[in-house]
Design a binder for this molecule. Sequence first.
Ligand code: BG6
Length: 488
Amino acid sequence: MAEFIPVPAFDLVVFGATGDLSLRKLFPALLHRFLDGQIPAQSRIIGVARGDLDTASFRALVHESRGRFAPDACVDEAKCAAFLERVEYVRLDAGAPAEAWSGLSRTLADGADNVRIFYLSTAPSLFVTIAQRVGEAGLANEHARIVLEKPIGRDLASSRAINDGVGRVFDERHTFRIDHYLGKETVQNLLVLRFANMLIEPVWSRATIDHVQITVAEEVGVEGRGEYYDKSGALRDMVQNHLLQLLCLVALESPNSMDADAIRTEKLKVLSALRRIGPREAPAKTVRGQYCAGLVQGKSAPGYSEEVGKASNTETFVAIKAEIDTWRWAGVPFYLRTGKRMGARRSEIVVQFKPPPVAMFGAEGANANRLVLRLQPDEGVRLWLNVKEPGPGGLHVRPVPLNLSFADAFTLRYPDAYERLLMDVVRGNLSLFMRRDEVDAAWSWTDGLLGAWAEIGGAPHPYAAGGNGPTQSALLIDRDGRAWWDPE
Ligand code: BG6
């Protein structure tokens, strides 16, 4: 039976508190944990933004957004009101000089013994300034931590500049770089599946695995984030962080403990062994796409250029054949694919094993085993095995999944990734956060590919909203005699 581990009392200062991420993810996550009884008395959540609000109007905003983003948490109004009592608002332009910070300093003085968390849910261009001001205002006491939301920069140089600037105030032990994919239940389960089951690890290598596919497909387009997204694109927005982190967890060697640095060191080794993709390899190993108008789940959806209001060469889809140069993975491609406005929301890792070496049962029995880890929606694990079809009519072999659906196996509410991650920050557990050298290594590989694309030039391939991406993506894997695993 899962239980909530108590955390110390904390003051969580959210910069960018009126922004989309705060209202959509952070406050609902905190509300859920409050309702679960995990947030101790004396804890406060202090929203900081430039907007002309006070605590009462900010609470009203959080209350209103709760109805939209956490409707399931509205059952007990009295408890929800008690949660809002913990919420305060400080109006502050984070870029303003240190004198302007006196209001925040006064508020924080009341919680001097609390764990103090500065959560930067702002544009990355403000990260260094905020860290610096926090330092100048004397707020970075021995209990203080900083949380950086992605993107941390847009390339290796800008990410280093941010990490250097923030690092002048907060050392690595107190810096929490969020990749919310690491807080997803099935992602954490990857480590458990691999290292708590004797069955899995011995077959987890090039000896038995043919290839791996990692797909993160979204139904949504760029919504209101066109300005950010158009400068970013799918490679920076999704691959540099989420997909590479998933790849690391599939590929890493066994850490010697669950200690944060043990895990992060193994992830770093994977990132360092990722083969770079230069201008010569990029045309055969990568595909860029951009959605045009189409139908998503029966509803018409505009094209990307229409959404951002201009013609653009930004990719909203990318497929990559990645290779890891280690003894375990040499010759095992990792096909990565992510896109916006695809047919359905689906994040999945598919581990495709090799077929049996001898086709004793003819072609029917030569189907390769496949392990499918579904991250969202319908979290679960499916292992496809060959079995004999029951009944008369000769011996017929069929691939059938052993199906572990988490919804059926566990009755607990499925927590959002941010719930776990926020509580880990309070606890000071860095295991699910990225270390600086990991971010550097991920950017270094990504920069190589961005440079290759820039050198080659050309526009992304169009694909109709609501489909599986451009046909070139199917060709990328088809050239190797393989196919994407896209369930009907
Ligand atoms: C974010 C990206 O990091 O992840 C978004 O910036 C994307 O573009 C989102 O939509 C996807 O997260 P999830 O949890 O909905 O899969």
